[in-house]
Design a protein around this ligand. Structure first.
Ligand SMILES: Cc1cc2nc3c(=O)[nH]c(=O)nc-3n(C[C@H](O)[C@H](O)[C@H](O)COP(=O)(O)OP(=O)(O)OC[C@H]3O[C@@H](n4cnc5c(N)ncnc54)[C@H](O)[C@@H]3O)c2cc1C
Length: 438
């Protein structure tokens, strides 16, 4: 065949593309999803925690599915503040054990793609989209890295009424479609490094106090990132641990530290050293996360094209939201595509309703609310350096107050705050943090 033709072509088989594909396939739309990986999930990496509410939008029966794609329910969730001397843990036991689950992308995405296939979505794995086709200022298809035929070795063209870009953080095609100028800049992305670790048999449950129905998701702050702006994460899977750190790329470059050095330093912290003792590294990987919020937002639509998920920069790091925002945006793009197909109009005039849907959603409102958060974090490094140490020292004084006059203990706590940050400094930080949201 010289060329292929579909109503909709989706580029990328991550949560955004698959959610979009499932919704379109359910309505019988002639849709092709193109994924460069050997299978959906094979090239992907995340922390990760996934959220039932968003998954249910595309797989209503979740989590009651055969061959579950998730690892453990998240029953304990919280923060661990790392000081040079020790840690302070804040944990919350969740009342609803079915709200969030830990997952590994290779299984999670593969499950969604199997589900999508059953709904009738056509998926072309091992195929990379290398360019988009522009005709009369309209995106009218894509070019892939496969030959047209056995005889004609020129790259194949796939024509489409609508192209949906779900290509993730390396948004080269979004740029080619003219929806954004240039790739994400170093200050707009976090470089995350992740290991999947295997503890000796039985140790995971023992060390984390879990049974098979329980799981833990912890965000790590402080010495874990060698004081650089960023955080770490530690999640329990069925038989393994997901451990990693994420640091703003520009600060990482300026620090002259290599990502693996930071990870090794983190693992040498006495708390983690003991917790991870004897762990075997099963996987190691790195990936960018677009954490610039609204500033990273491209134009979401053009003539014959829409962009969803990470490619649109839809991540809320404070609330660990990425996969769910990808899913919701994929659904909104699918709804818009259905509307356009009904009208028979694929111009930006019709596709603009994707942006309208987006602006009505909590995703946009949240991104608006947090629009200055990253700048605040980058400019206030004391949050990652001073505060974790301060919190540890305050709790150390409090928990070793026995046998002492308590007024003296309180005075010592105040002296410590004055020494580390200053009362005025703390007040200023609280006001500045508050001003971000009000
Ligand atoms: C370390 C880390 C931890 C994270 N933790 C969490 C978490 O705990 N919870 C959470 O909700 N989110 C988390 N996220 C964010 C989350 O993973 C992303 O927001 C989400 O995966 C975005 O989905 P997406 O479909 O937009 O993009 P991706 O998941 O990046 O999918 C894009 C897909 O497009 C394919 N592709 C790209 N270019 C082409 C091309 N030219 N041709 C064909 N195929 C192409 C890729 O192979 C890939 O499969 C984390 C991310 C990282 C990196």
């Amino acid at each position: 065949m010289e060329s292929y033709s579909f109503d909709v072509v989706i580029v990328g088989g991550g949560p955004a593309g698959l959610a979009c594909g499932i919704k379109l396939a359910e309505k019988g739309v002639n849709t092709l999803l193109i994924e460069r990986g050997r299978f959906c999930g094979s090239k992907n990496l995340f922390g990760g925690v996934v959220y039932t509410s968003s998954i249910k939008e595309i797989v209503p029966e979740f989590p009651e599915v055969s061959q579950s794609p998730v690892e453990r329910p998240v029953t304990e969730e919280g923060y661990i503040f790392f000081s040079t001397k020790g840690v302070v843990k804040f944990f919350h036991t969740k009342s609803d054990s079915q709200e969030a689950f830990t997952a590994l992308r290779a299984r999670f995405d593969a499950f969604l793609s199997e589900y999508a296939l059953k709904k009738g979505l056509l998926i072309a794995p091992k195929t990379k989209v290398v360019d988009i086709i522009l005709e009369n200022f309209k995106v009218s298809g894509v070019i892939v890295d496969r030959p047209r035929s056995f005889k004609d070795l020129r790259p194949a063209e796939v024509k489409a009424k609508i192209v949906i870009l779900a290509e993730g953080v390396n948004r080269l095609l979004t740029e080619k479609a003219g929806l954004v100028k240039g790739p994400f800049k170093p200050e707009e992305v976090v470089l995350a490094i992740k290991e999947v670790l295997q503890l000796p048999k039985g140790e995971l449950e023992k060390r984390f106090g879990l049974n098979e129905k329980k799981g833990l998701a912890a965000e790590l702050i402080g010495e874990i990132t060698s004081g650089l702006p960023g955080t770490g994460f530690l999640y329990t899977n069925t038989n393994t641990l997901s451990f990693g750190i994420g640091i703003f790329l520009n600060t990482l470059v300026n620090s002259n530290l290599k990502p693996y050095e930071i990870l090794e330093r983190a693992k040498a912290h006495p708390y983690l050293h003991e917790l991870l003792d004897g762990a075997e590294i099963l996987e190691y990987g790195a990936h960018l996360i677009p954490e610039w919020g609204l500033q990273g937002l491209p134009k979401l639509y053009g003539n014959g094209v829409m962009v969803v998920g990470d490619a649109a920069g839809l991540v809320n790091p404070l609330f660990r939201e990425g996969t769910n925002l990808a899913i919701y945006s994929g659904i909104m793009a699918a709804e818009t595509a259905l509307e356009a197909l009904e009208k028979g109009d694929f111009s930006e005039k019709t596709l603009k309703s994707y942006e309208e849907r987006f602006k009505e959603s909590y995703i946009y409102k949240d991104l608006l609310l947090f629009k200055n958060l990253k700048k605040f974090l980058l400019n206030n490094r004391q949050i990652f350096e001073t505060y974790p140490n301060l919190i540890y020292e305050i709790f150390s004084l409090y928990f070793s107050a026995q046998g002492q006059y308590k007024k003296e203990v309180v005075r010592e706590i105040i002296r410590t705050i004055k020494r580390k940050r200053g009362l005025f400094g703390v007040l200023k930080d609280i006001i500045n943090l508050g001003r971000l949201f009000w």
